[in-house]
Design a protein around this ligand. Sequence first.
Ligand code: NAD
Ligand code: UDX
Length: 445
Amino acid sequence: MKVTVFGIGYVGLVQAAVLAEVGHDVVCVDVNAERVENLKKGVIPIFEPGLTPLVQRNYEAGRLVFTTEAELGVKHGRIQFIAVGTPPDEDGSADLQYVLAVAKTIATYMDFPKIIVDKSTVPVGTADKVSACVAAVLAERGVEIGFDVVSNPEFLKEGAAVADCQRPDRIVIGTDSPAVEEKMRELYAPFNRNHERMIVMDVRSAELTKYAANCMLATKISFMNEMSNLAELLGADIEKVRQGIGSDPRIGYHFIYPGCGYGGSCFPKDVQALVKTAEKVGYVPALLKSVEQVNSRQKDKLFAHVHSYFKGDLAGKRIALWGLSFKPNTDDMRDAPSRVLMEKLWAAGATVQAFDPEAMNEAQRIYGTRADLSLMGTKEAALIGADALVVCTEWNAFKAPDFEVLKAHLKHPVIIDGRNLYEPEMLEAYGIAYYGIGRGRSVVV
Ligand code: NAD
Ligand code: UDX
């Protein structure tokens, strides 16, 4: 099938490549000319396992085309995906300007009926806004061309995006039209084998499903972070508690890892956006507000530990930081806990020596060159001459360091671990002070 994807970011690029791989003919349109030019040369803008060969293979086979020419994109596909960003605006609501700009573009150039697919995460009611926008432009043009707007939210996780798109748990389609459903079934047929993954519903329910999924997962994390704070005060170990409750299949082991707060481009903004959606219809979303509040408190936690360990005297201290990305297997630093920590350390007069296996270029792009941030070539180099080590991301490379080397490099043998990678008893045996998250006796007092 002929498909067009607007927005070649994490979602658009991965989805386009996966659709091309099964034989669809995909044109990708982006307003970022540098990104498009780089993709044509095989330079992939993001780090995502398995993505580079997938894109290159399909680009060379001609099934994947990259362009800034919107008209070319609109004229290509019967199916037009909108996969652009929906960042928070000033009050936290999802900013729909990019989505509506694409809708307008599609309406401006379309010359045969289109199925417009909202792949971006958008508030309930957005499909109606997209429809109204397209209808208005068609009316201005004085043409009558049929179109449908479908909600098809994306559930991929960064770091596993290719696998998630190739083997989705579910494909949610929001439409009331049997003809559109049939076309979407044809598009996704290669991903819907062996058992039924397609869940078809009305548009508004599909739009809410995406927010409900992310908010449920964020709620699990904030709940565990709240328990971890209690565990610290009560002298319990949250890691034992986690296993104790995860063994109940009604609770399960997934997404109950306490830590230094959830980050990324989805949970923080989607929880906020659903709060705003609720408030706009006169509902007070007490639980969602607490989820957000617990998370922002949790993101301050590592700094509070460092501050307390050095008794508030952070001026001139050098802090080694392992992990900049918001989670492993990505170079994405959007809303990463590491950023909250670094910015607080800088404000307190400390400097940071950081290492991340993939996010060094991204850190350089965000923070540029500054005297209080040194981006180091290895995790060991980040330790040399540092006063303490803080771990922000659970990359595999950080899971079994040489603790003797670590102790020798640090001025104060102390690890503040935002991801509970190490066992307190083991570090005690090495003579290293250890502060995890919710690990009772390791709390800084
Ligand atoms: P992104 O910022 O990585 O990519 C968005 C792309 O859209 C950029 O390349 C930008 O240049 C392009 N763009 C902006 N305006 C455009 C226009 N008018 N025409 C063509 N291209 C345009 O964003 P993302 O992370 O891929 O997220 C996209 C959407 O998917 C968001 O709504 C997000 O909430 C949702 N989502 C993201 C994830 C994730 O893990 N990143 C997962 C599920 C859903
Ligand atoms: C999330 C959703 O999982 C995905 O379905 C949706 O499409 C986009 O948003 P992503 O943001 O890529 O995906 O990462 P995810 O693995 O969900 O982690 C989000 C944050 O939660 C990370 O900062 C991670 O460290 C944190 N987290 C996750 C925890 O703190 N504890 C956990 O148990 C799980």
